[in-house]
Write a protein that binds this ligand. Structure first.
Ligand code: ATR
Length: 284
């Protein structure tokens, strides 16, 4: 009898626009693995029962996306240090009947920069724009990689203060919060700028901060990848600063999950990147 396929999922609400099925199915096909990866739309009120019954449904594990990442953290049997500090889970699997979760957004961010701008983590200072869920994962990555001077600027200052306070206690990095109106000071001589906000998602350049105060060797990255070249990245390119787009983070965050469920560590290739870009160009 043929062995049944290993099953994995991505759940979100909505989930139809998730690129994860495209990524994981590409890897399943290129490694000739007998496996499936399906998108499951789960409403918030149904999420707890969905997650607790994935084993019964025959899944080995899966990805959790918006709006369920924080809820997943409170539902798993075990979470690692990254998931606990970030307070959100995007990857789960079953191990000995226990539901285990981790967060690969931070490692996807770091792995993308490792591939696109090696030695990025030797910077002295980095500025994070934003203080939401994505910013938590980026802050964790910067601390983990030992960036000494981390600055946070958020439209709502209180959220940045809370984030800095929470992470400062367990960090060797100095974390400083600046007012939104002091953005220029926060950027002064910074060697790295990471946008975690939705600024520029609509292609609007008017909200992009003036990049003049940044170090001329600065690296600019955006976790937004639609459009692929955000107004921030466009402005940085015009100033001839180093630029890394956010699509690589999406691709790299998928790697540990695939390895957990299907037993093969997949590569992030130009072919995969082009596949996702073609899908984005189709407006799907
Ligand atoms: P995510 O999980 O994607 O980080 P989030 O938790 O809703 O989403 O956080 C969104 C971030 O984008 C926040 O830092 C938010 O700023 P506020 O805390 O002040 O809301 C920021 N953001 C969203 N729209 C923005 C805008 N037009 N200008 C500046 N910041 C914006």
């Amino acid at each position: 009898m043929a062995e049944s396929p290993v099953k994995a999922f991505v759940c979100g609400h909505p989930v139809a626009h998730s690129r994860s099925p495209l990524i994981h199915r590409h890897w399943l096909a290129s490694h000739r693995i007998n496996g499936t990866y399906e998108a499951v739309d789960v409403a918030p009120e149904d999420f707890a029962s969905f997650l607790r019954s994935i084993g019964e449904a025959g899944f080995r594990g899966g990805n959790v996306t918006i709006p369920h990442k924080e809820a997943a953290f409170s539902l798993v049997d075990d979470a690692d240090d990254a998931a606990s500090k970030i307070g959100a889970i995007n990857t789960v699997w079953i191990d000995n009947n226990r539901l285990i979760g981790t967060n690969t957004d931070w490692s996807g961010f770091a792995a993308n920069l490792d591939a696109a701008a090696s030695d990025w983590d030797r910077v002295e200072s980095a500025m994070i724009l934003g203080a939401g869920g994505a910013a938590r994962a980026i802050l964790y990555a910067l601390i983990k990689r030992g960036v000494p001077d981390i600055r946070i600027v958020n439209r709502t200052r209180e959220r940045a203060d809370a984030l800095a306070e929470e992470f400062s206690t367990s960090s060797a990095s100095r974390i400083t919060v600046f007012d939104w109106s002091s953005l220029t000071n926060a950027l002064r001589d910074a060697e790295m700028l990471i946008n975690t906000t939705s600024i520029g998602m609509d292609g609007n350049e008017s909200e992009v901060p003036d990049l003049e105060p940044l170090s001329s060797a600065a690296l600019i990255t955006d976790i937004v990848y639609v459009p692929l070249e955000t107004p921030l990245l466009k402005a940085a390119r015009r100033r001839e600063l180093k630029v890394v787009d956010g699509l690589g983070m999406l691709l790299h965050q998928a790697v540990p999950g695939f390895e957990k469920w299907f037993g093969v560590r997949p590569d992030v290739t130009a072919e995969l990147r082009n596949l996702v870009i073609a899908d984005m160009d189709n407006g799907q």
